[in-house]
Design a protein around this ligand. Structure first.
Ligand SMILES: C[S@@+](CC[C@H](N)C(=O)[O-])C[C@H]1O[C@@H](n2cnc3c(N)ncnc32)[C@H](O)[C@@H]1O
Length: 267
């Protein structure tokens, strides 16, 4: 996820859904709890939760808006939405939808939020512009991304482990992407101002993930990193796991930077 571009395909997230929910306790839920606290959904509000996954932010948001409010939670992955429907039982104000949120037709939301989602859009600026347009004039938006450097070490060691096992050349640097320019508080805020938002504020939440072997492998299975395994024959996956864990140990990586930036602003 630190190198989200091209590793977070729909197929990768579909395959990851079950492990995604398990990893949630260690990563998605604490990250989302911080993001929701910053986004501050209020009782009675109508909220769009874009790229909702299994509901790490959508479920607590539905509780905060209460039965007088409403949350449209949208994700492109059917298994993610199926898991969210299970988790959302008893919350009639939470509506889970399987759809590409960049072409979602809902509008007029009091709050549009997306936790760790916008960098997966094929055109991040255009997709984010569309999300902003789904808020009512004067409504709020809240977008969470990884801070520069977060998650990177795990993705690099995984890619090298896959190349070793498959006996291919080590992967080169991926193509530069907009996210690499805007993943600091000042550049994130400037980009959102260019998209016409006002009152932009960026909250930094420092976090590190303990990289026990169990969590380190869960991070591969339960995130967009799973896409790196898509070309690995199933009987070679244990060898990739072994190489990846050995590489992490040899590099002395026993925790992973998982710091996020959450920007809030008014449309
Ligand atoms: C890293 S996960 C974050 C999920 C959730 N917000 C959380 O914090 O746990 C990214 C999610 O974005 C979804 N996604 C990516 N592109 C999407 C799109 N165009 N429309 C809807 N969902 C999308 C993926 O299926 C995946 O569930």
């Amino acid at each position: 996820m630190g190198r989200p571009v091209n590793t977070g395909s729909r197929e990768a997230f579909d395959a990851a859904a079950a492990d995604f929910a398990v990893l949630g306790r260690h990563l998605w839920e604490p990250v989302a709890a911080d993001a929701v606290a910053v986004a501050d959904p209020r009782e009675g509000e109508r909220v769009l939760d874009a790229c909702c996954g299994t509901g790490a932010s959508a479920v607590p948001t539905a509780k905060l808006v209460g039965r007088g409010g409403m949350v449209d939670a949208v994700d492109i992955s059917a298994p993610m939405i199926a898991e969210l429907r299970r988790r959302g039982e008893g919350l009639p104000q939470l509506r889970a939808h399987e759809a590409d949120v960049t072409s979602w037709s809902g509008t007029g939301y009091d709050l549009v939020q997306s936790v760790l989602g916008i960098f997966f859009f094929p055109d991040m600026t255009e997709g984010t512009r569309r999300l902003i347009g789904m808020a009512r004039p004067g409504g709020r938006v809240a977008f969470t991304i990884w801070r520069s450097g977060a998650m990177v070490a795990a993705g690099r060691q995984l890619a090298l482990a896959v190349a070793e096992v498959r006996r291919t050349d080590p992967p080169g640097e991926r193509k530069p992407h907009l996210i690499d320019r805007i993943n600091r508080p000042a550049t994130f805020a400037a980009w959102l101002r260019e998209l016409g938002l006002s009152g932009v504020d960026v909250a930094v939440r420092e976090r590190s993930l303990p990289m026990t072997p169990e969590i380190a492998w869960l991070l591969v299975l339960g995130s967009g990193y799973r896409g790196a395994l898509s070309d690995v024959p199933p009987d070679s996956v244990p060898a990739v796991r072994e190489r990846y864990l050995t590489r992490l140990r040899d590099a002395g990586i026993d925790e992973l930077d998982a710091t996020t930036l959450t920007a809030t602003a008014t449309r």
